[in-house]
Design a protein around this ligand. Structure first.
Ligand code: SF4
Ligand code: SF4
Length: 153
């Protein structure tokens, strides 16, 4: 379910705005606090929840791990490189679990602007950025035309 922001915790830093792949976290121009402008378009990726340094963003969890009325809080601890989730059920029970969020040191992953511009040939290629080397293969597998189903050639 979509996210929402506790206005009193938010300091308007904008990290959630930058990271939201759906571009629906915006800063209210009057209050200078973030809010989800289009909850129906939320991917529920929780990137904003994990990125918020103020723990200001909350969400309802998926029914499979929090089925009956609950709140979901997240604790982001950069120094430990962990994200901890706390689910609080209506009857007062709590479930706490930690998710490892990366296998490389914090801050060690290069951003897109740290790489050279793709060549025009690369722009026409069907391979995605950094393929095939990041897949640790010499070339992507291809399907021989002889294996196509009749009528699809
Ligand atoms: Fe507010 Fe958190 Fe978004 Fe920063 S990342 S603007 S503190 S909700
Ligand atoms: Fe955007 Fe994902 Fe946060 Fe939804 S959960 S508001 S899609 S960053």
């Amino acid at each position: 379910m979509p996210t929402f922001v506790y206005m009193t915790n938010c300091d308007g830093c904008g990290y959630c705005v930058d990271i939201c792949p759906s571009d629906i976290m915006h800063i209210d121009t009057t209050y200078r606090r973030a809010f989800n402008v289009e909850p129906n378009m939320c991917w529920e990726c929780y990137s904003c929840v994990k990125a918020c340094p103020q723990q200001a963003i909350d969400c309802r969890g998926y029914a499979d791990f929090a089925p009956l009325g609950h709140s979901v809080r997240v604790l982001r601890e950069e120094e430990k490189a962990t994200v901890s989730w706390r689910i609080k059920f209506r009857d007062g029970r709590e479930k706490n679990f930690v998710s490892p969020i990366r296998t490389t040191p914090w801050g060690s992953i290069k951003g897109p602007s740290d790489y050279a511009q793709p060549t025009s040939a690369a722009m026409r290629s069907q391979e995605l950025a950094h393929e095939p080397e990041t897949l640790k293969v010499e070339a992507l597998p291809t399907l021989a035309r002889s294996r196509f189903k009749k009528g699809l050639v």
